[in-house]
Ligand binder design. Structure first.
Ligand SMILES: [Zn+2]
Length: 259
């Protein structure tokens, strides 16, 4: 667990180790992953609408149970003054960097309903895309990270880094309780790098996705694309703001990937 608050650690490179079994696992479980993502999207976890408070709570419980099932540890549904935060970790590689994965499981209201081609909480595949409220903000991106963790954990491989996951249920209403949580548990949450799953994942037809993994590194108060591909400033703006807010809340850290 990260402990030296205020004393940045530096890593010149990180070896991912053998990932072929994990990649093969993802390929053979594609249909299962899709069915699970649909289950996740079926929760109308609309944080802004009080009538959906129990749905938000149910979605948090589902996410926590799913985290346990894929092999994550210390899984906790943390109550807040509003909607709960889901925490999970897998920290078994002392001396390796610790990565904090952030995502949110709440969604925007679905109204106006008559503009949907299919019901917002009945996810539907059309062509190569999955349609449903939250599919691209942020349940799909969050889930991509979880499935990557599952692929490593379920194929006997160790995670190449220590991982902590923080999934909030209030992003769409301005995260009113997140900062207090970060401050209160800053030592337990401390990490060398934060990966934000709440990123654009749209692609234009005929063009590669600007951010295939839906993640972004926060490094020493600045943000840098995880994949090395560039992200248009306008698309990255909100996430950059969130990166900075994380950087202010968490201890400072320094990390370089890939030398
Ligand atoms: Zn979002």
């Amino acid at each position: 667990m990260f402990s030296a608050v205020g004393a940045p650690r530096e890593f010149s490179s990180i070896s991912l180790g053998p990932s072929a079994p994990a990649i093969a696992y993802c390929r053979t479980h594609r249909a299962v992953f899709l069915a699970e993502l649909k289950d996740f999207i079926r929760f109308p976890s609309v944080s802004a609408q009080p009538e959906h408070a129990d749905d938000v709570k149910g979605c948090a419980a589902w996410l926590a149970e799913h985290s346990r099932r894929i092999g994550m540890e210390r899984v906790t549904v943390v109550p807040t003054g509003g909607h709960p935060i889901v925490y999970a970790e897998c920290c078994h590689t002392p001396g390796r960097p610790t990565v904090l994965i952030y995502g949110h499981y709440d969604v925007q209201p679905a109204e106006p309903l008559d503009e949907w081609q299919s019901p917002p909480f009945e996810p539907m595949v059309r062509g190569n895309d999955l349609y449903g409220r939250g599919a691209s903000d942020d349940k799909g991106q969050l889930f991509a990270h979880m499935k990557a963790l599952e692929a490593f954990l379920q194929t006997g491989g160790e995670l190449p880094v220590n991982v902590k996951c923080l999934f909030e249920g209030e992003e769409e209403i301005g995260s009113p309780n997140l900062t207090a949580f970060l401050r209160r548990d800053r030592h337990a949450l401390a990490a060398d790098v934060a990966v934000l799953s709440d990123m654009p994942c749209w692609r234009q037809i005929g063009r590669p996705s600007p951010n295939r993994c839906g993640g972004r590194l926060v490094s020493n108060w600045k943000s840098a694309p995880l994949t090395g591909t560039s992200i248009p400033v306008s698309m990255a703006e909100s996430s950059t703001t969130r990166c900075r807010s994380f950087a202010k809340s968490l201890p400072r850290y320094t990390i370089e990937l890939g030398g």
